[in-house]
Design a protein around this ligand. Structure first.
Ligand code: ZN
Length: 412
C-alpha cells in the first residue's frame, strides 16, 4: 500500500505564512497535507509532475454569489453562478457567498447548495430577510431584523462568517426609510452573533457620506467594492484621503469585490501607486460578470499582477489574507495537517490586456492560470490530465477522472 494518496512533485510551493516561494513536493493522505519538503519519496498512488507550476493553498473567493433562484428571475434579483462549475476551474476551493441569502431562506441554501457541492461554501447572511433574491426585501425596513439574522447565523455558525448590508438605497425624503437602517442593522446582528460585517453601500453626499459609512464599521469589518468609482478614495489632486489610512489603521478591511461595476483602473492604480493596496482580492462573481469584466478570481488577481504587485502579495490576498479576515485561520495554508485544498497554478508571460468595469484596458506582462485543483485531497480539476496515466498503459476499466462523470460505474 502506498504511503501517500497523491504527491505533487517538484513545484514552487507558495508558503503564505512565510511569504516565500520555494521548490518542493507536497504529499497528501486521507484528505490532509501529510508531508512537505524537498524530494519526498515518490511512494504515492498518484504522482503529479508540477515542476513548471506554483503550488498554492486553494484560493478563497470571499465575495461571490452562488445561491441560485429558480425559476430564473427577470430583473428583480441577483442571478448567481453555479458554485462548482465556476470555482474549481480557477483554483478556488472556498467560495464565500456575500449576502445572496437572508435568514428566511438560509435552510434552503444549506440543503440544496452548500451540502450538495464539494466546494467549501461559507456565507455572509444578508441583513434583509430574503437577501438579494428579492430586491424589495433589501429596501424593506420591516425585513431588517438583527435578532433573527443573528440567531440564524449562530445556528449555522460553522458556515456563516458574517452579516452583509447591501443595495439599501438612501431615500432622505422618506421618514420610514432611515438612511442607516441596513448598515446599523447588520452591525447590530454582527454584535449579537460575534461575527463581522461586510458592507456594500453607495455613499450619498450629505446623507450617507463615505467617511461615515467607514466610521460605523467595527475593527475587522469589511468594505467591499473599494475601487468602485463612487467612493472618494482620493482628493481632487489624486492624493489618498487621510480617512482611508485612518480607517485601515483602526482595523477596517478593504476588499476588491470586483463585480460588474465596482472596479476601475483609475481608482485602483491611483491607490496602488500610493501604497494603498486592498487587503483581499475577490470577484463578486455572478451571472452578469462571469464573461467579463470579473470572469474569475485568477483574472481579477492577475490585474494586480499587471499593476505591478509582486506574485507573493497577489497570492496572499486570495489565500491567507481572506482566511484571517474571515476568522478561519485553518484555511489558506499548506502546513502539514491542514486540509489538502490546493491550487496548482501557472504564471504565463504576456503581454496580456485586462478590462475594467468602465471598458478600459490595462496591459500587463503576465497572468495566472489554473493547472489543477485539489479539494480535501481529491483532484477536482485537471484539464492537462497530470494525475492520470498515459492512455497506452491505463487499465481498460480505469475510471477516476475528475469531472461531471466521476463516481459513475456504468462502463466498468
Ligand atoms: Zn456582491
Amino acid at each position: 500500500m502506498a504511503r501517500y494518496d497523491l504527491l505533487l512533485q517538484g513545484g514552487m510551493i507558495y508558503d503564505p505564512c512565510a511569504g516565500v516561494l520555494e521548490t518542493g513536493d507536497i504529499a497528501v493522505k486521507d484528505g490532509v497535507i501529510a508531508a512537505r519538503g524537498k524530494a519526498l519519496a515518490a511512494d504515492a498512488e498518484t504522482v503529479m509532475d508540477v515542476h513548471d507550476c506554483i503550488i498554492s493553498p486553494g484560493l478563497i473567493d470571499m465575495h461571490c454569489h452562488v445561491f441560485p433562484r429558480f425559476p430564473y428571475p427577470h430583473g428583480d434579483s441577483l442571478r448567481t453562478t453555479n458554485a462548482e462549475e465556476h470555482m474549481f476551474r480557477c483554483g478556488v476551493t472556498t467560495a464565500v457567498d456575500a449576502g445572496t441569502c437572508g435568514w428566511r431562506n438560509f435552510g434552503d441554501f444549506k440543503e440544496h447548495v452548500i451540502d450538495a457541492t464539494k466546494l467549501r461554501v461559507l456565507a455572509f447572511i444578508d441583513i434583509a430577510a430574503k437577501g438579494m433574491h428579492y430586491t424589495a426585501s433589501e429596501q424593506s425596513v420591516s425585513d431588517i431584523n438583527p435578532g433573527i439574522a443573528a440567531a440564524v447565523a449562530r445556528e449555522f455558525s460553522d458556515i456563516v462568517v458574517g452579516v452583509k448590508s447591501a443595495h439599501y438605497w438612501a431615500k432622505p425624503e422618506d421618514a420610514a426609510h432611515p438612511t442607516w437602517a441596513s448598515i446599523d442593522g447588520a452591525r447590530e446582528a454582527a454584535q449579537l452573533c460575534r461575527k463581522l460585517v461586510m458592507v456594500d453601500s453607495i455613499p450619498i453626499a450629505g446623507e450617507r457620506p463615505y467617511p461615515e459609512i467607514l466610521a460605523r464599521l467595527a475593527p475587522g469589518d469589511v468594505h467591499t467594492h473599494v475601487f468602485a468609482q463612487q467612493f472618494p478614495l482620493m482628493d481632487a489632486e489624486g492624493k489618498m484621503q487621510p480617512y482611508m489610512l485612518e480607517q485601515r489603521a483602526r482595523g477596517v478591511r478593504f476588499d476588491v469585490g470586483h463585480g460588474s461595476g465596482s472596479f476601475w483602473f483609475r481608482q485602483a492604480v491611483g491607490c496602488f501607486e500610493q501604497g494603498f493596496w486592498p487587503d483581499t482580492i475577490s470577484t463578486d462573481l455572478h451571472h452578469q460578470n462571469v464573461t467579463g469584466p470579473a470572469i474569475d478570481l485568477l483574472y481579477v488577481a492577475s490585474k494586480f499582477l499587471a499593476m505591478g504587485m509582486p506574485l507573493t502579495d497577489v497570492l496572499y490576498r486570495v489565500t491567507r489574507a481572506p482566511a484571517l479576515v474571515l476568522r478561519h485561520p485553518e484555511l489558506g495554508t499548506l502546513e502539514t495537517g491542514a486540509c489538502a485544498d490546493i491550487a496548482v497554478l501557472r504564471r504565463r508571460e504576456g503581454p496580456f490586456g485586462f478590462m475594467d468595469c468602465g471598458g478600459a484596458r490595462l496591459t500587463g506582462d503576465g497572468k495566472l492560470e489554473c493547472v489543477a485543483t485539489l479539494r480535501a485531497g481529491e483532484v477536482v480539476f485537471d484539464p492537462e490530465a497530470r494525475s492520470m496515466p498515459d492512455w497506452r498503459s491505463a487499465p481498460e476499466a480505469y475510471w477516476k477522472a475528475p469531472g461531471l462523470l466521476r463516481g459513475w460505474t456504468l462502463w466498468k
